[in-house]
Structure formats: structure tokens, C-alpha cells
Ligand binder design. Structure first.
Ligand SMILES: N[C@@H](CCC(=O)N[C@@H](CS)C(=O)NCC(=O)O)C(=O)O
Length: 205
């Protein structure tokens, strides 16, 4: 793979990509933006027209959307086994939980805005209602180490990052199942390494 360049900000979802790059053990360059200052510059809008981070320049193309970036990276480094085998049912489950994560994320934002979905909206909006969706995840993770299959994948990385964020935003209260799940994965060496890298990047801007 072409040496990628990560456009990020600290703190931001870019932290998850730093973690993933550390899991892959691949060299990369970084460009650190200051949100609200230079992420809407014409130069950056040419990279991501939404003016958001993270974005990953992989040479011929730019990738955006954190979960797409980490999934792409997982596929680039098959020897790291960070995504279930192509064509396996576990890969299907990986996609299931990938789509579910995005629903949950927007359910959380709705909750943060104090939006309670009335029944007619619940029946058409993908996540239904936030608490029920969260409970589906909790029930799935109860007694499991990994969200799919029997080894750590990029989807565990994404859910650990998402649940950690929901916890910090106080959108999920202290919970034994989530705490055990995220605690295990956030303690991974690659995550700790990415936190150190984030500190360095924060000081560079
Ligand atoms: N769907 C995108 C969301 C990206 C996003 O919202 N990034 C935030 C930081 S975590 C951002 O760049 N905000 C700055 C802005 O919108 O001005 C992803 O998953 O990567």
C-alpha cells in the first residue's frame, strides 16, 4: 500500500484511525487540523468537501468516514487478521454491526439533542429508539469478548471508540457489559501507542 497520509484533529474520530494504523503497524504521515480554524479552507475542502476529519489519502484516492477507513486498512493487511475472512458469515456479521454502529451513533446524537422519537418515526427510522438499540448491543456483547467471530477485529476497535465516546458524553451510564468490553480492547498496546501519538500531534499544532 502507498504510504497513507491521515488528516486528523485532536481530539476527533481520527483517534480511531491512529489506533487502526498502529494495529496495522504501517508507517504513515499526518496533517493535523484545527477544527473551526482550517478544516474549511479551500485546500482541505478539496480533500473532504464536508470539511470533516478524518480523511486518509491513499495515493490515488481520498477515503473519508472512519468506519470505511478502518475497514479498508483491515483489508490491506490480511496478515493482521483484523477483519473476518471474505465470504464468511462472520464477514456478513461484520457488515451488520458496521451499519448498526452508524445508526447507533445518530441515535446518540438525537438523544443528545433531546429528541424522543414518536412511534410513527420509530417505525421508519433505522435505529427505532436509542435505548432499545443500545440494549440490542448490550445483549449481544454480554458474555462476548469480540463483536464478531472469535478474535479482535476493526469492528471491536470502532465499537470500543464509539462506546468510550458515548460514555464521555454521558449518553451511556456506567454499565458492566460495556465497561468490560471496552476496557479489554482499550488496553491493547496499539491503542495505548495511538494515545501517545495523539499527545504528540496535539502539541504539534
Ligand atoms: N461520518 C464521519 C464523521 C466525521 C466527523 O463528524 N468529524 C468531526 C470530528 S470527530 C469533524 O470533523 N467536525 C468538524 C466540523 O464538522 O466542522 C466519520 O465517521 O468519519
Amino acid at each position: 500500500m502507498h504510504k497513507p497520509t491521515l488528516y486528523t484533529a485532536v481530539p476527533s474520530r481520527g483517534g480511531m484511525v491512529l489506533w487502526m494504523l498502529a494495529e496495522c503497524g504501517t508507517p504513515y504521515d499526518t496533517v493535523v487540523l484545527k477544527l473551526g480554524e482550517n478544516n474549511r479552507s479551500p485546500e482541505y475542502l478539496a480533500i473532504n468537501p464536508l470539511g470533516k476529519v478524518p480523511a486518509l489519502n491513499v495515493g490515488s484516492k481520498i477515503l473519508t468516514e472512519t468506519v470505511a477507513i478502518i475497514t479498508y486498512l483491515a483489508e490491506q493487511f490480511p496478515q493482521k487478521q483484523l477483519i473476518p475472512a471474505e465470504g464468511s458469515i462472520e464477514r456478513g456479521e461484520y457488515y451488520r454491526w458496521m451499519c448498526f454502529a452508524l445508526q447507533l451513533e445518530y441515535g446518540a446524537i438525537d438523544k443528545r439533542r433531546g429528541i424522543e422519537n414518536p412511534p410513527e418515526i420509530r417505525s421508519s427510522i433505522g435505529y427505532g429508539d436509542f435505548e432499545t438499540a443500545l440494549n440490542v448491543l448490550r445483549t449481544h456483547l454480554n458474555g462476548r469478548e469480540f463483536i464478531v467471530g472469535d478474535r479482535f477485529s476493526a469492528m471491536d476497535l470502532y465499537y470500543s471508540g464509539l462506546l468510550d465516546w458515548l460514555n464521555k458524553m454521558q449518553l451511556v451510564s456506567a454499565d458492566e457489559v460495556f465497561d468490560r468490553y471496552t476496557g479489554r480492547h482499550l488496553a491493547r498496546a496499539a491503542h495505548l501507542q495511538s494515545l501517545e501519538q495523539e499527545k504528540v500531534l496535539a502539541e504539534s499544532v
